[in-house]
Design a binder for this molecule. Structure first.
Ligand code: ADP
Ligand code: MG
Length: 617
């Protein structure tokens, strides 16, 4: 079989995505190969398909049991023999799997890096033909990455012990240069083909909101998207508990995850989420690595993470199946302070000497600042993220809250002058709240204590609502007309550009949302209130939505019988496609994206029957 036939027969797909073919061809030509592609791009197929075509066994090194289980489960469902060797097996199971492997039953074997240099495993590997070693999540070899695994350093020693050097391939979604160089060096790749694709995830909608009541906003979002599976990230364990409890009280089916729970509870809650028994998980950033669930339709951030890297990684867990999904960050000014505390109390850096520690701290603060600017900017959010990672986006993506909001150019020079003047006249000693309250003319104890009610700029902008004043202050910071110190006091300071504004002719124009647009923006992204946010508005009739629900239920049933997560039976994308095609025959069913022959034999009939019954109903 050639690669196209394998793609269709086992995986049920008609065509390769951009980079996949290049990577597969490179591996098949015997070259070491590196694929750097964003989450959901389809890296697994790049080593799985060659594995089925090469002469010998492919070993896949993977960092986590859950990832191995997920991928082996998927392969088995597609009718491909694969197994994993890791600590989740009992000794007996392990020897049995090795025995089967020796007999050549598995073209693909997933193995934990810790196992590689054990005696039994080496014995097996040296007496079989190993065609390829594929290193998945290859950034784990690098200390620069967030997920360094010392055991990944064993890979090279293992390859050296083999009688014949196999092809070595490596895959990751981490794009920084340090990590990439580490992968090439540490894995000692030989003249590899390195393929990096763009980091854009076109199917993800990005949004930022600054609601007065964050909980109410999140609740509203969930009400508008019933039945969808999603993740809600919170900044601290305590907030995880609070949000989870409140949502339960409000009648939502949710579970929770953070590092303070017992191993047992964490595992149970994670499984409930992955197996679609509970659609929503509220969690800290401890939840993530190893979550390959493809049908996550939204990732909400109840608070701003510490940097763009973390944000993009967490948000990126949405929409791995390539279908539309939403990533919304609910921002509040307090998040900056919380994150500053995290940075100041970071225990990870304890071994560092004082100078390095200070450098790391400064770098973390700088990254936090860039994250904060993401929440302020009125420009395209996708563009902002891509630029951060060194890519050029277009200035308009049409699929983020900024691109979807109508802005108007507004002259805010008066407010800007008041802010800068207030900072200057009070000798650059106060934080944002004091400055804003002063020009707004607030009558608080703090203002009186500081005698800011005697400041010449007191109440000069009394008619402007405080949220607007804050927007202008944020804008001034973004454009470097003002500067906020990076320490815990967050004092507003002047910059070289400040004087321009005070000296009359400077003018500040900023993009502000049209007032009439605000309510729409704040209720979430526009017009996507359909049950499954998969469908572009108008594409699915009510009756078709009913079909989708029906097929989804059938999928859950089958998943229970097979003891695999539902998305491994068929992805959301496949179900959606089924609702569009409404196949009546085997041939028509095989034309649905994601339906391969093996899966058709297993449960094609049941889905055909389901669709037929719906047509009659
Ligand atoms: P990655 O490891 O890059 O994050 P995966 O390998 O897990 O991504 O693939 C993500 C999803 O894309 C899976 O559901 C997979 O079946 C699907 N996929 C991969 N290649 C294709 C393709 N050529 N056509 C359609 N879907 C694909
Ligand atoms: Mg992967």
């Amino acid at each position: 079989m050639n690669k196209h036939e394998i793609l269709k027969k086992y995986f049920g797909y008609d065509s390769f995505r951009n980079a996949q073919e290049t990577l597969i061809d490179s591996i098949l030509s015997g070259k070491d190969t590196v694929g750097i592609m964003p989450t959901g791009a389809g890296k697994s197929l790049c080593f799985q398909i060659p594995a089925l075509m090469m002469d010998g066994i492919t070993l896949v090194v993977s960092p986590l049991i859950s990832l191995m289980k997920d991928q082996v489960g998927s392969l088995n469902q597609a009718g491909i023999h694969a197994a994993y060797l890791n600590s989740s097996l009992t000794v007996n199971q392990y020897y049995k799997a090795l025995e089967f492997a020796r007999q050549g039953r598995y073209p693909i074997i997933y193995v934990a890096p810790e196992r590689l240099l054990t005696e039994e495993f080496l014995d097996f590997a040296c007496h079989t033909r190993i065609a390829m070693v594929a290193v998945d999540e290859a950034h784990c070899v690098s200390q620069w990455g967030q997920d360094f695994r010392p055991s990944y350093l064993k890979i090279v020693g293992f390859i050296e012990r083999l009688p014949r050097r196999p092809v070595v391939s490596a895959f990751t979604a981490t794009a920084t240069k340090e990590v990439r160089d580490d992968i090439l060096d540490i894995l000692q790749l030989r003249d590899p083909l390195v393929m990096t694709t763009g980091f854009d995830r076109g199917n993800l909608y990005f949004g930022v909101m600054t609601p007065k009541d964050r909980y109410a906003a999140v609740k509203n979002y969930l009400e508008c998207h019933p039945g969808n599976s999603g993740i809600i990230y919170c900044l601290t364990r305590k907030i995880v508990e609070e949000v989870c409890d409140r949502l339960r009280q409000d009648g939502f089916l949710v579970t929770r995850y953070h590092a303070g729970l017992s191993d047992q509870e964490r595992k149970r809650n994670q499984d409930d989420f992955i197996y679609d028994r509970i659609p929503i998980i509220v969690c800290s950033n401890a939840f993530g690595m190893g979550i390959d669930k493809s049908n996550v339709r939204f990732v909400l951030h109840y608070g701003m993470p510490k940097n763009i890297e973390s944000y993009y990684q967490e948000a990126g867990r949405a929409g791995r199946d390539g279908e539309p999904a939403e990533c919304i960050l609910y921002y509040s000014g307090r998040d900056v302070i919380t994150n500053q505390l995290f940075i100041d109390n970071n225990q990870d850096n304890n071994e560092l000497d004082a100078v390095t520690k200070a450098i790391v701290k400064e770098r973390d603060r700088e990254r936090l600042k860039k994250m904060t600017f993401y929440c302020f900017t009125n420009e395209c959010l996708r563009d902002y993220i891509l630029k951060y990672f060194g890519e050029y986006g277009s200035n308009y993506c049409g699929n983020c809250s900024n691109c979807m909001t109508q802005f108007e150019q507004t002259d805010v020079t008066e407010i800007a002058r008041a802010l800068i003047g207030c900072v200057k006249s009070s000798r650059q000693r106060y934080g944002t709240t004091v400055i804003i309250d002063t020009i707004h003319g607030a009558n608080t104890a703090k203002i009186k204590n500081y005698r800011m009610n005697e400041n010449p700029y007191y109440a000069v902008s009394s008619k402007v609502p405080t949220y607007r004043i804050r927007q202008v202050l944020n804008h001034l910071q973004l454009e470097e007309y003002l500067f906020i110190t990076n320490d815990e006091y967050a004092v507003v300071k002047l910059t070289e550009k400040s004087e321009e504004i005070l000296e009359n002719d400077g003018q500040i124009i900023m993009k502000l949302a049209k007032e009439s647009d605000r309510p729409i923006k704040e209720s979430g992204s526009k017009g996507r209130k359909s049950k499954s946010s998969l469908f572009k508005e108008g594409e699915f009739t009510e009756k078709e939505e009913a079909l989708f629900e029906k097929l989804r239920t059938l999928r859950t049933e089958i998943a229970r019988e097979e003891k695999v997560p539902p998305y491994i039976v068929f992805s959301d994308k496949t179900l959606t496609h089924m609702c569009i095609v409404k196949p009546k025959t085997k041939r028509e069913m095989l034309a649905v994206s994601g339906v391969g022959e093996f899966k058709f034999e297993k449960y094609g009939e049941r889905f055909l029957n389901g669709i037929a019954a719906w047509e009659d109903g």
